[in-house]
Design a protein around this ligand. Sequence first.
Ligand code: 6PG
Length: 249
Amino acid sequence: MIRRYKGLEELSDAAADEFSRLVHDATATRGSCSVALAGGSTPRRLYEILATPARKGKVQWDRIDFFWGDERAVPADHPGSNFRMAKQALLDELAIRADHIHRIEAEREDRDVAALDYQREIARVLRAPSGGKPPAFDLVLLGMGADGHTASLFPNTEVLGERERWVVGLHVPGLDTERVTMTAPILNAARHLLFMVSGADKASALAAVLEGPHDPMRLPAQLIRPISGASTWFVDEAAAAKLTMRPLP
Ligand code: 6PG
């Protein structure tokens, strides 16, 4: 499903409603909720809105385990850290228990070991045997780059073909940088995938991903389709400008 909004503010406000609804349903059904947060800049406004006094009292924060879909190879206090962004915009405002915050240690020298350790942490918290079938996150938040990447699944990288590991470390040639990312198998196992895409610079990629030929090596966001869950795209008018189908208002 594609839901269209005027701008980032309206998109983020609607995404906050959906976040709260999904967390409520998960905690009512299973007593807990596992969320993988998105990085980059788009989700910051969502996190800030969720942390406002008007909203923060409406979510059972102590039932949520927070993970990240990907992380840059930087320390936790680095300006480019996805963890730092979510910590500042959301988690610090809510006094979340430290044992419910599961940071990817992507700054470690051996990123393959860091990725394996993160997979083990996911397995422990979501009560699934590590190395077996990927467990289902209740909610995965994702952004999309102007090149059609999502998480750290970048075009023409080997990680796109990963079918076993849930988390991998990788070098991103296009950015000449290192990352740790969740892979398609675990992202697609999610109960709910919530994409947030804002801005004119995303319009071409969004139209190609949603309406163009299936070409996931070139457009990795096309790899991310829920196996049995649901996927919702929250997009603003600028990002939706090149879509032919009219998303739901
Ligand atoms: C990251 C994210 C990445 C992001 C897109 C969109 O680490 O940067 O995981 O996938 O969601 O690049 O980024 P913006 O929201 O900043 O446009």
